[in-house]
Ligand binder design. Structure first.
Ligand SMILES: C[S@@+](CC[C@H](N)C(=O)[O-])C[C@H]1O[C@@H](n2cnc3c(N)ncnc32)[C@H](O)[C@@H]1O
Length: 212
């Protein structure tokens, strides 16, 4: 299939629709969307995670085809990375790259049947419209070791609408996270303008914090 337009992707409602979309998109995600839009978000998350001292073992949430792990490896990160995604077809593409220790098919908004074993939790492109909201914080924190570094991209379009501001403030107030920092980045590069003027200037916050 050709890439779905971003408007359809960001308007997804419900797990079934999301799974259908990524089933059909997996084969062309890297060579179409990511290349044509100069999709820089995974590189930003990788760079900021490593600059903040992040390391393995890591859980890459909504790992998709593995673009974030590609950037982590290219930047010299040698630690173990596990991929978590609920699309089997996206994980199949990630598996072909041989970057991940384990591929975990799961919904991150539900309790995860994983031990508390991660020193790092990363995510790019998954906290956005039509995708995952703050409900994922509980399951992610439950598998993170004390002191684990989180680096998550959160699209500005959903920052207030989905309540990420309140959810992070509540986690801080409850003493579940500390050291919260936000760094704003452009999601796409200049060539996105020709393909999708409506989304070309999208911005995201890279949220960095430590599990307590
Ligand atoms: C825009 S893609 C981002 C993929 C990759 N991180 C990247 O930056 O290229 C979003 C990914 O989140 C996954 N996803 C969406 N909802 C999810 C959920 N509830 N649990 C786990 N994965 C989910 C999708 O299957 C898809 O692979």
């Amino acid at each position: 299939m050709t890439d779905p337009d971003l408007a359809a992707t960001l308007a997804l409602t419900g797990a079934d629709a999301t799974l259908r979309l990524y089933r059909d998109w997996a084969a062309s995600y890297d060579s179409g969307f990511a290349r044509d839009m100069q999709y820089n978000l995974p590189a930003h998350v990788a760079r900021l995670f490593l600059a903040a001292g992040g390391g393995g073992p890591m859980l890459d949430v909504g790992a998709g085809t593995g673009l974030l792990a590609e950037h982590l490896r290219a930047m010299g990160c040698a630690g173990d990375i596990d991929a978590l995604d609920f699309s089997a077809e996206m994980l199949d593409r990630a598996a072909e790259k041989h970057l991940y220790r384990t591929l975990i098919r799961a919904d991150v908004t539900q309790p995860l049947t994983l031990p508390r074993r991660y020193n790092g939790v990363t995510s790019s492109g998954t906290f956005t419209a039509g995708h995952v909201g703050p409900a994922a914080f509980g399951p992610m924190l439950a598998v993170a070791l004390p002191g684990a570094l989180f680096a998550l991209s959160i699209n500005q379009r959903v920052w207030f609408d989905l309540g990420f501001d309140r959810a992070l403030a509540d986690l801080q107030a409850a003493g579940q996270i500390d050291g919260l920092r936000l760094i704003q980045v452009a999601v796409y590069g200049p060539s996105a303008l020709a393909r999708d003027p409506e989304h070309a200037s999208d911005r995201a916050s890279i949220v960095l914090f430590h599990a307590v």
